[in-house]
Design a protein around this ligand. Sequence first.
Ligand SMILES: *Cc1c(COP(=O)(O)O)cnc(C)c1O
Length: 345
Amino acid sequence: MLTKTALRSRQSTLWRYQELLPVQRRENFVTCGEGFTPMLHLKRYGANIGLSSLWLKDEGLNPTGSFKARGLCLAVSKAKELGIRKVLLPSAGNAGSALAAYAAQAGLEAHVFLPANTPETNKREIRTYGAHLVEVEGTISDAAKRMSSMKDELNGFDLSTMKEPYRLEGKKTLGFEIAEQFDWKLPDVIVYPTGGGTGLIGMWKGFDELEALGWIGAERPRMIAVQPTGCAPIVRAWEQKKPECEFWERTETIAVGLRVPKAFADWLILRVIRETHGTAVAVSDDEIRDALRDIAETEGVLMCPEGAATAAALERLKQVNLIARDQTIVILNTASGLKYSEVLS
Ligand SMILES: *Cc1c(COP(=O)(O)O)cnc(C)c1O
């Protein structure tokens, strides 16, 4: 039976929460060892910026080097269970790599549609795992359009962000782990680098499930969405108090995983922010580079630019009194900095 005590002796992957996951049969678990990533106390960096309880969940240690592994692990496992043979996905890069890896293990045929200017590492990973790669001029939205134009011909299952339910089920384990790693007392603030928003919405769903189990109370962390100034549709909608985003015309940022001109579930992202009394903040690429270097130099963690954006947002959040010295604050490193060699010094 699933109890807090039983969890202590379970495996260090997201499958430790298997009763709360939608895959019925164990033989359909497709696993590369995803989840249960470290929660690091950033003592030196925190002291430098006046925060005593600043934590970093290092999702860069997941298989394929990003937290996309959580969602695609569940989506591919469930696809296997449902007897699906072929899967399709438009991606900014890391989702494509994760899909390619899990599809390889499950023996599914995978087709990934990427913007042509996606980092070379992502393209090489995808090809090496044996997936089909289609490069498309433009953004992830253009890649998605190309994919739908080929849907009849390919006749595969669409795993686009928030258009099927299971990637979210994988991402909600991020919420379970944060709760478990803080001994079932949620932090005050969670800062999330937002593209399509699955992680943010997933954590929120995960917390609701833990409350339904009676494992946590009704309180929630402030959920804070961070985007780069070169692609900040959620921040703009939040500031203008709109219920959904307008399409962001020209995306330009080193945080390539956040180049999502209009998230499919934008209204849900905005709702999570509103209901948890959070906010949405934009940071520049220069601020991202500075934070990336500062954390590497003081903590020995190589963040991805998307993750470093959450660190870069802290100063702004302090100025507007949304965070304070003694609060427990979690920032997320959503991928390994090693995947972004072109951004490093
Ligand atoms: C995809 C991605 C994000 C954003 O995740 P969403 O679920 O799309 O909001 C953040 N960081 C990295 C490294 C990513 O690959």
